[in-house]
Design a protein around this ligand. Structure first.
Ligand SMILES: [Zn+2]
Ligand SMILES: [Zn+2]
Length: 289
């Protein structure tokens, strides 16, 4: 299900739930998770070069290890003559983000063309004809949100299921709407958050997304579950107590504390996660010793 270290230098390439994923995520240092198939990047801690090919960026919150690379992301796209990216972010941070980008524009003496789009839970953004993005509520010391990417398609209404192509064409010509919009949660990304989002019924689609990309900053008892919550982060014990809630096909765990070595994370996941959860979990460990 998952491959690691397939020769792209520092950036691990994973395949989880059928999605190739690139990027890097080290708690407090940098997080940028790229889903090339969707041309989408979640957060831009230090802007991995490969992330600049993503046309869209979803920003979970404005801590520097998640937005420090936004200037490079926008500038490099300009340099490569790629289209100005669309950057989705929490609505309450739009003004501050504009100030941040304006300062870089002045310093770089360039246009840094991009479109910053404030969005909040309950709203939708149509990324393309086939994919829509919906933010969901998370909990962190600054305004934050996760994102669900829905795949959308038109499905023939059940009452027309027996008809042949010609009959359906006729109905269409007569202005009858013969299809329903069907949507499937494909990918969800939490950004930094306590585990409270998992208990919020409004967020259930994130637990059903084929691929869930979820922070799990602490994996041992050097930091307690209570302290993790205090810092606005998730502890492995939070996942263990909610193991049955994850209906996802695959889970990519990110944002482990920089205090850990890769092997410590692997060992902790194997020793502590219930088997059913462990079997569908892949840790993103590029950048750890
Ligand atoms: Zn972080
Ligand atoms: Zn943070």
């Amino acid at each position: 299900m998952a491959r690691e270290g397939t020769g792209r230098g520092r950036f691990t390439e994973h395949v989880v739930a059928g999605y190739e994923i690139e990027g890097i995520s080290v708690g407090g240092q940098q997080t940028s998770v790229i889903v090339p198939r969707l041309s989408l990047c979640f957060d831009s801690g230090r802007c991995p070069q490969r992330s600049v090919y993503a046309d869209h960026m979803c920003v979970s919150h404005t801590h520097m290890d998640h937005i420090g690379g936004c200037g490079m992301y926008v500038a490099t796209r300009g340099l490569l003559k790629l289209s100005p990216p669309k950057i989705l972010l929490p609505k309450r941070r739009v003004d501050a983000f504009a100030t941040f980008m304006d300062a870089m524009r002045a310093l770089d003496d360039s246009e840094l063309r991009h479109e910053a789009i404030g969005i909040e839970p309950g709203e939708r953004f149509a990324m393309s004809k086939l994919f829509e993005i919906a933010p969901f509520k998370t909990t962190h010391p600054v305004p934050s949100q996760g994102y669900i990417v829905y795949g959308t398609k038109q499905k023939l209404k059940s009452e027309y299921a027996g008809l042949d192509g010609g009959d359906i064409k006729k109905l269409r010509e007569n202005g009858v709407i013969v299809t329903d919009k069907v949507e499937v949660p494909e990918v969800a990304f939490t950004g930094d958050t306590t585990a409270a989002w998992i208990d919020d019924p409004a967020n259930v689609d994130a637990l059903r997304a084929k691929l869930l990309i979820m922070e799990c900053t602490f994996v041992d008892d050097s930091v307690s579950k209570e302290d993790a919550e205090e810092y606005g982060h998730t502890h492995i014990d939070d996942l263990i107590s909610r193991a049955d809630k994850f209906e996802n096909e695959g889970i990519l765990l990110i944002h482990f504390s920089a205090r850990y070595k890769a092997e410590e994370v692997r060992r902790a996941l194997e020793a502590r996660l219930p088997k059913k959860l462990f079997d569908k979990t892949t840790p993103m460990l590029v950048g750890y010793d």
